[in-house]
Design a binder for this molecule. Sequence first.
Ligand code: ADE
Ligand code: ZN
Length: 366
Amino acid sequence: MPHPTAAALARVDEDAVRALPKAEVHVHLEGAFSLLDLLRLAKQNGVALPGPALTIFDVSTHDGFARPEVTTGGVAHGAGAAGLSGFLRFLDWQCSLVRTRQQAADVAYAFAARQTGSGVRYSDVIVNPTHWSLWRGRELELLDAFAGGFDEAEQDGLCRVGIAYSLLRGQSAAEAEDAVAALASARPRRVVALSIDGDEKTVGRTGEKFHDAFRTAAAAGLHRTVHAGESSGPEGVWDAIEMLGAERIDHGVRAIEDPALIRRLVDEGISLGVCPRSNVSLGIYPDWRSHPLPLLLDAGVAVTLNTDDPAPLGTALERDWAVAAEQFGFDLHDMAGFARRSIDASFADDDLKRDLRAELEETIGR
Ligand code: ADE
Ligand code: ZN
């Protein structure tokens, strides 16, 4: 990528953001299908679209396509009745279109290309095999196909990717332990972490249920990251830290409601993978101005800025960084801080982190 000019760096617009070497640490492979990907996959599989193409990403109306709604469309503002759970069912529908190894590898390759276009040099990507229902019982094969796509992407000079294997919050303790035992013995390529995602509100507290699975993962050398403090309060973040040994929290924004928890996050350097657009689109906060991102930063929490599910939310990382700068008054110095923290929080290996930090400092002219 060519070096940005001083003028480009002075403005916090999308070009300036793209020019910052950075990582993204909270983004789901299930949330990276472009409209074109979906149209192609549906055609290849002879599956009818659930409504006019213009409405496919309208999370305010769909309910995971159990009853597709026909609307005048527009992308992703306001969660409507469907909310996070309806959105997750929509991800199931998308992933059900991926049926062959080649299609899986193509999704992975396209993800790396999308990240590269945003100036992302390394990405942890969350993969939750329960969304990819046709691969039930063949999860390791699915991971291998994704790894093949990421390998090809890296050979082509695109962003490097590590996989965070995600349990679904509603899975049983036995399912979670079986999944982790399989990871610990097969050691699938590119899997660097264990994760939990899904809707906290519908399932309730899960720290105890997943405790053993996370202990096994840690002993097998896997990192740990947990969705918490999104659709439920600070208690989920406490559970993630105390019962699951989480090194990172995905979202975690509702930690702001508990000063003791904030102190703990700061003292232990546990970072939050914050995604303001996702929170607004899925109804956690009414608008950007109400989002606690600046409060978390002021409190000294290691906050990173991410997209969560960029394609169905109709966005890209550089767009969300530029919007955050505009909404919260961040300057380029602040954005370089986000880039620095993204590298620090990532599960990239130490050599890559060192190189990215050096490149970032060079880019911002230190
Ligand atoms: N999976 C994909 N996006 C998610 C979110 N915002 N919360 C929980 N699980 C998810
Ligand atoms: Zn997420």
